[in-house]
Structures are given as structure tokens and as C-alpha cells.
Ligand binder design. Structure first.
Ligand code: AMP
Length: 395
């Protein structure tokens, strides 16, 4: 894997695809600069080498040129995070952009205007990609969040840098951490899959069946499995068209010697609300009018035991409706068990939307080995797909 560490950027123009698709408030101020922070090590290494940094990103989903999606709004924040002045040019290709790049001195940073002001960006247009390529000597991709898209700036532009292309540090860390789970894992490997629905996790389950020793299942999808095995699930979330599939997964796991751990008890509630009445019940004996919204205490003990034995842990999806305090305990205990296993030497990767939110909410970010920044991209990698943005650099 070629990264920026393999290049000396002195006197070089680095064209860096970053993911600065950050949230803005009504005054167009950046409300969460995590994505900018995440690109900082890559940018600083290039500047410290004595290179020139040209940053390109998308912001939102503009229809043509729309001022509210201008990257001009984030210039001050980028400068603040980097601790350096940042120049801006209100185009990302053509004369104006080329002039701005040519005026750049070593150690300076230029931010280009929103790539998606041109529809050619998302179309992966070759000519547009060639115009972008004129702005750099070396192409760096550090936008993991968009690595699953074959857009001009994430993928196609790499064609114009046959050898002078590489991953930024964020992207490299993301790829390495997923490989630590899928390719170079220490056994036993445990995948914890929670969240709402089986249907959204099926691709991952099928791919990881060959790579893991244990699968812990929690969250809403529990009940599709329990119902498929003739349990009583009351009003819990069930995908009735996935019952067969749940049984097939159990059967495949058995053939491959993968242990599937399902909850044995649940916190059940008489409505989907933090004000609901709650009680603990066996997971396969939930009365009508009640629904399982978190794993129960016996399950917590069992899951924690499996996690404590694991050397590699992948966590995707909460095991309960953690957004409501009444149903957060299972997810908190699971997070704590992962943190403890990590302290004892296991490698733990947390990724995919809501588990990342849970880890942040419960302040476990520093206690797990790696928290992925790329929701969709990470899920596609876990499904075993080759991401175009990664392949474009590796080829
Ligand atoms: P996902 O995006 O598939 O990872 O799903 C995450 C969502 O699943 C979170 O918003 C949780 O509130 C929800 N969830 C977790 N457990 C349950 C459950 N037992 N019933 C319904 N929704 C759940």
C-alpha cells in the first residue's frame, strides 16, 4: 500500500482529495470539525516536507452552483484547525484554479471550490478528471468516506497519475484497521452486529462467516432470528420476509463452525418510548403488546464473556435503542466489555453509523483500537467489495 510516507513532497504540488463534507449551521459555521481534524496529519506531513497543498472536496448535494454549498464557508475553520492561513479559489478546474495553484508557494495551502458544483464530478467524467489532474504533481486520496464512489476526484483522476498517487494517512489507517479484522486477524475473532434490521447487515454477515469465530447478534434484528426459531416476539421489530434467511444464516454458520450468539433475555417495553413500562423477559417469550428494545442482564453477562475471550473484535450496530436512556444499558455494557478486552490486548474496530455515535456518546472512543470515519465505505469493505477509490491507487 503506497502512502504519503513513500514520497518526499518538497517542491511538489499535492492534489489531495479530502472529505470536508462537514455540517454547517444557519450562519454557515462549521458545527463539527472532526473530518477536518482527521485530514490534518496528512496535510501537515506534506507541508513539513516543503510541498504545496491543494485541497479538493465536496460539500452537501448542490444542484449546480449554489452559494450555500460553497467551501468558502469553511476556509476559516480549516485555517483554524491547521494553524495556518488557507487560500481559496472559487472554482475547482480551469484557468482560475490553475492560476491560484501556480501562485502557491511551498508550505502554502489552497482550498478549491466544491467539486459537486460540476455534475461531471459524480459522473466520474474523464475530461473533468483530466482538468483536475492539471492542478497537482502527486495525487493523494485521504477521503475514506467517499472511497466507495467512482467519482472523478476519488477514483478517475488517479488515471492521470500512473505512479505519483498514494493514500493519505487517514485512508491508510482505515484500510489497515479493516484488514486487521478481515485479513490478518488474531483469533478468536468476534463480530458484533446490532442495529435495526437483518436486511441491511446480510451482506456483511455473509462475507464475515468465513473470517470470524463468533457472531454476536443484538438489536432489532434479534427478533427476526427468534421468530424464525418459533419464539414469541410480541410486537418487536421483525422482518417477516427474512425469516428463511435467518435460518439459512444459522445453518451456514453451523457448517462453517462459526458460533452465533443471540440474546437470551430482553428488556421489553409496552411502547417505543422512554416513558414506557419495562420489564425483563426471556427473549423468546415476549407477550403481545410488548417489544424488546434492549438486551437483558443475562445476555449482557454472556456477551461480555465471549468478548473477553476475543483477540479481534468488530462492532457494528447498537444492541438496543441506545438513544433512549431506558434501553441504553446493553449497548453501554457491550462497549465497556470491548474496552476491557482492548485493554487486555485485543484489537477492536468500531464502525458504521450508529455504533460510532454510541461510542462517542458513552465516551469510549479512546478505549477501542479504532473508530472508523467512513460509514458506507466501511460497510462495503466489510461486505467484501473492492472500493473504486482504493483500487484506483493500488492499480
Ligand atoms: P442500524 O443503522 O441498522 O445500525 O440501526 C441502528 C438503530 O437500531 C438505532 O437507531 C437503534 O435505536 C435501533 N435499534 C437497536 N435495537 C433495536 C430494537 N430492539 N428495536 C428497534 N430498533 C432497535
Amino acid at each position: 500500500m503506497k502512502t504519503i510516507k513513500d514520497f518526499n513532497f518538497k517542491d511538489q504540488k499535492a492534489l489531495i482529495r479530502v472529505d470536508f463534507n462537514v455540517p454547517l449551521n444557519e450562519q454557515f459555521q462549521v458545527t463539527d470539525a472532526n473530518r477536518i481534524e482527521a485530514a490534518k496529519p496528512t496535510i501537515l506531513k506534506i507541508l513539513n516536507d516543503g510541498g504545496k497543498v491543494i485541497l479538493m472536496s465536496h460539500l452537501g448535494r448542490p444542484k449546480g452552483i449554489q452559494e450555500k454549498y460553497s467551501l468558502n464557508h469553511i476556509v476559516a475553520k480549516v485555517a483554524d484547525v491547521l494553524g495556518k492561513p488557507v487560500k481559496f479559489v472559487d472554482d475547482c478546474i480551469g484557468k482560475k484554479a490553475e492560476t491560484a495553484v501556480n501562485q502557491l508557494k511551498n508550505g502554502e495551502v489552497l482550498l478549491l471550490e466544491n467539486l459537486r458544483f460540476y455534475e461531471e464530478e459524480e459522473e466520474g467524467d474523464l475530461q473533468f478528471s483530466e482538468k483536475l489532474s492539471k492542478l497537482g504533481d502527486i495525487y493523494v486520496n485521504d477521503a475514506f468516506g467517499t472511497a466507495h464512489r467512482a467519482h472523478a476526484s476519488t477514483t478517475i483522476v488517479a488515471k492521470f497519475f500512473p505512479t505519483a498517487k498514494c493514500f493519505g494517512l487517514l485512508m491508510a489507517a482505515e484500510i489497515e484497521s479493516i484488514n486487521k479484522v478481515l485479513k490478518e486477524s488474531k483469533k478468536p475473532v468476534t463480530a458484533i452486529l446490532g442495529g435495526a434490521k437483518v436486511s441491511s447487515k446480510i451482506g456483511i454477515i455473509e462475507n464475515i462467516l468465513d473470517k470470524v469465530d463468533n457472531i454476536i447478534i443484538g438489536g432489532g434484528m434479534t427478533f427476526t432470528f427468534i421468530k424464525a426459531m418459533s419464539g414469541k416476539v410480541g410486537n418487536s421489530l421483525v422482518e417477516d420476509d427474512k425469516l428463511e434467511l435467518a435460518l439459512e444464516i444459522m445453518e451456514k454458520a453451523k457448517q462453517k463452525n462459526v458460533r452465533i450468539y443471540l440474546p437470551i433475555d430482553a428488556i421489553i417495553a409496552d411502547s417505543f418510548s422512554n416513558d414506557a413500562q419495562i420489564r425483563i423477559e426471556d427473549v423468546n417469550n415476549i407477550p403481545d403488546g410488548w417489544m424488546g428494545l434492549d438486551v437483558g442482564p443475562k445476555t449482557n453477562v454472556g456477551f461480555s464473556f465471549v468478548i473477553a475471550q476475543s483477540k479481534t473484535i468488530l462492532w457494528n450496530g447498537p444492541v438496543g435503542v441506545f438513544e433512549m436512556p431506558k434501553f441504553a444499558k446493553g449497548t453501554i455494557e457491550l462497549g465497556n466489555a470491548i474496552a476491557e478486552a482492548t485493554e487486555d490486548g485485543a484489537f477492536s474496530l468500531v464502525g458504521g453509523g450508529d455504533s460510532v455515535a454510541a461510542v462517542k456518546q458513552f465516551k469510549l472512543e479512546k478505549k477501542v483500537s479504532y473508530v472508523s470515519t467512513g460509514g458506507g465505505a466501511m460497510l462495503e469493505m466489510l461486505e467484501g467489495r473492492v472500493l473504486p477509490g482504493i483500487e484506483a491507487i493500488n492499480n
